[in-house]
Design a protein around this ligand. Structure first.
Ligand SMILES: [Zn+2]
Length: 317
């Protein structure tokens, strides 16, 4: 891409290596009639991104075999950090039908599985997201998306083999393909390439600190928070909202942005707070444990499939 990436040592390149390894695996499995699984995909992604991306897998979690939720943290050199609770999902095809198993039902539009993930993020005060394993372009060649595109079709997008979508998007959506449409490549969400970082245009008037945060280019942990918010603001722009005054929520301890509006914006929870509470001024102890090579307390290791730490997330190299 640009000269910034020529060293191959930054988090962007590391995650790209991991994503390409998952793409190859997905292609090989598709060619041989096999099926990509969430646990395997996660291991291949992280092994490929290691050692620049630190990770520790916990085997004590009850759901370890089927794929428990993983916690991701981006940690900047100044200690600013961003946490995200993730659940892995495969973009699957059966016949001509492309789906992601979010537990949607045709009748009743159940959102219980998604609500459960959002609730699981509460004790950690971080947002919840899906890591979607979507294969390479060849794998997606028959995918049809019903939504409009500015130029490139969903199936032809670059780098989306491993993508991230906020759980609030999945909650609002009607289908897995709709969520894939708004998902962001995992390597892009903390990309150091400033040219990709357009201002996020909020629907409502926001306080100056928050407005500046969304308007100005960001790096590292701040950038991840901004890129997760971007699709939410885009979806919101298409939705009528009559709320004139904005209530504010009590902020999370150590939150970087402390004055965040509490409006739902037609999502299931106040979406600005849901994402921005993950952006902190202090690294949580269980994340420090991983960085120091210590095992975090059982309360953490029993509940998670593992922890990913991207240290020096704001470094270019
Ligand atoms: Zn699309």
């Amino acid at each position: 891409m640009s000269g910034l990436h020529s060293h191959g040592t930054g988090p962007y390149e590391a995650l790209q290596r991991g994503r390409k390894a998952v793409d190859r695996l997905a292609a090989d499995l598709a060619a041989s009639g096999g099926t990509l699984r969430e646990v395997t995909a996660t291991q291949v992604l992280l092994a490929g991104a290691s050692p620049r991306v630190l990770f520790e897998e916990f085997t004590s979690a009850e759901e370890a075999k089927t794929g428990a939720d993983w916690m991701w943290w981006w940690v900047d050199r100044d200690g600013t950090c961003f946490g995200l609770l993730t659940q892995a999902k495969i973009l699957k095809v059966s016949g001509r039908r492309w789906t992601v198993d979010f537990g949607y039902t045709t009748r009743g539009h159940s959102r219980s599985q998604i609500t459960k993930l959002i609730a699981a993020a509460e004790p950690y005060s971080v947002p919840a997201a899906y890591v979607l394993y979507c294969g390479d372009r060849e794998y997606r060649r028959t995918l049809e998306c019903s939504r409009s595109h500015d130029g490139v079709l969903c199936r032809d997008r670059e780098r989306v083999g491993v993508s991230v979508a906020c759980a609030l998007l999945a909650y609002r959506a009607q289908s897995g393909v709709e969520v894939f449409h708004d998902a962001v490549p995992v390597e892009d969400i903390a990309s150091p390439v400033e040219g990709l970082d357009e201002p996020v245009r909020p629907v409502k008037e926001l306080n100056e600190e928050l407005a500046m945060f969304l308007r100005q280019p960001q790096r590292g942990a701040r950038r991840v928070a901004k890129e997760l918010l971007r699709p939410l603001e885009r979806v919101r722009r298409g939705v009528f909202s009559s709320a004139k005054t904005l209530e504010h929520v009590a902020s999370t301890a150590d939150a970087l942005l402390r004055d965040v509006p509490a409006h739902h914006g037609y999502f299931s929870v106040p979406y600005l707070d849901h994402v921005l509470r993950g952006l902190r001024t202090r690294v949580p102890d269980y994340v420090r444990d991983i960085m120091a090579g210590r095992t975090p307390p059982a309360g953490v290791t029993d509940r998670l499939g593992g922890i990913v730490v991207i240290a020096d997330a704001d470094a270019l190299g």
